[in-house]
Ligand binder design. Structure first.
Ligand code: NAP
Length: 295
């Protein structure tokens, strides 16, 4: 078994982005600028956004955090998006999900200019992804593709089972794994909460990608020998031995599944850092597109 080291791979991606930013700045251009909109005080959301801002600083990007209390009106969020859409000093921005109940997340998403949608969630970018056209790929699935690539994992003709069908992870992952180039060309099965006999399906997977959000979803008996296992899930579970009182865990029972796998991602340190690296890559691309269109 070999660990798919997301921390190390993301560090390589950040180094190459930092070099590109240095040459951009040396040629007199402004560094890429990512803005993040955060609503409310959910500790997990705050920690994700803080991680993204910190990563921007590491590679030399400019970043802005626009934080609102959870009581903020939908109208104010929409006006903030309108402002970010038209600001020429912002190349890309994200709205950290989930949003409070009284704010319609779909309405917010549809308001984004697809050219600044570096999360790749806008229907225009989703459509481009489905058709194999240039656009912003969603960060988590794209980060997984880059991890598979870094470790030269064969995907062509393999059976890939994706557990979870969310718009941000499972669904785009299933589409990307069957695209007509590497990493891709896999035969894909997608499973979800209504799937019957999940174990029979996951046991057929050469590549098993799990994005459910429930610790313990995948046990050792659900994985075939030699499978590549990608654990996207991140859940906080109580742990009195930790100063914070909790630890992060994935969907896969690592101790049972790791010995059977050829490759496996740890949680934390697997998919998470690659998600942030992909967001940086999209922001760099947005800045390059922006410079080109305003040249
Ligand atoms: P989500 O929107 O809640 O989707 C979960 C999916 O899992 C749904 O499609 C659901 O099926 C399916 N599911 C639920 N119970 C199941 C079961 N018992 N068997 C099979 N499928 C089941 O979650 P998400 O946004 O995709 O996120 C999934 C996990 O990934 C979460 O832990 C999240 O924190 C983590 N995540 C991590 C990163 C990262 O960078 N590491 C990024 C994004 C998300 P239905 O569609 O039928 O309800």
């Amino acid at each position: 078994m070999q660990l798919l080291d997301g921390l190390a791979t993301a560090a390589l991606v950040r180094q190459s982005i930092a070099r590109e930013v240095q040459s951009m700045v040396a040629s007199g251009k402004r560094p890429p600028h990512l803005a993040a909109v955060l609503v409310g005080d959910d500790p997990a959301s705050r920690s994700y956004v803080t991680g993204k801002i910190k990563a921007c600083e590491e590679v030399g990007f400019l970043s802005s955090l626009i934080a609102f209390p959870s009581t903020i009106s939908e109208q104010t969020i929409l006006e903030t998006i309108d402002d970010l859409n038209q600001r020429s000093d912002v190349d890309g921005f994200i709205v950290q999900l989930p949003l409070p109940q009284h704010i319609d997340a779909t309405k917010v998403l549809l308001r984004l200019n697809p050219e600044k949608d570096v999360d790749g969630f806008h229907p225009v970018n989703v459509g481009k992804m489905c058709l194999g056209l240039d656009g912003f790929l969603p960060a988590t699935p794209n980060g997984i593709l880059r991890l598979l690539e870094q470790y030269h994992i064969e995907t062509t003709g393999k059976h890939c089972v994706v557990v979870g069908r969310s718009a941000i992870v499972g669904l785009p992952m299933s589409i990307l794994m069957q695209r007509q180039h590497y990493p891709g060309n896999a035969t894909v099965t997608i499973a979800h909460s209504k799937t019957q006999s999940l174990r029979d399906i996951t046991r057929q997977a050469d590549i098993l990608i799990v994005a459910v959000g429930r610790p313990g979803t995948i046990t050792g008996d659900m994985v075939k020998d030699g499978a590549v296992v990608i654990d996207v899930g991140v859940s906080r579970v109580e742990d009195a031995t930790k100063k914070s009182g909790f630890r992060l865990t994935g969907d896969v029972v690592f101790e049972e599944v790791a010995p059977k796998s050829s490759y496996i991602t740890p949680v934390p340190g697997g998919v998470g850092p690659m998600t942030i690296a992909s967001l940086l890559l999209n922001t760099l691309q947005a800045a390059l597109n922006h410079q080109k269109s305003s040249a």
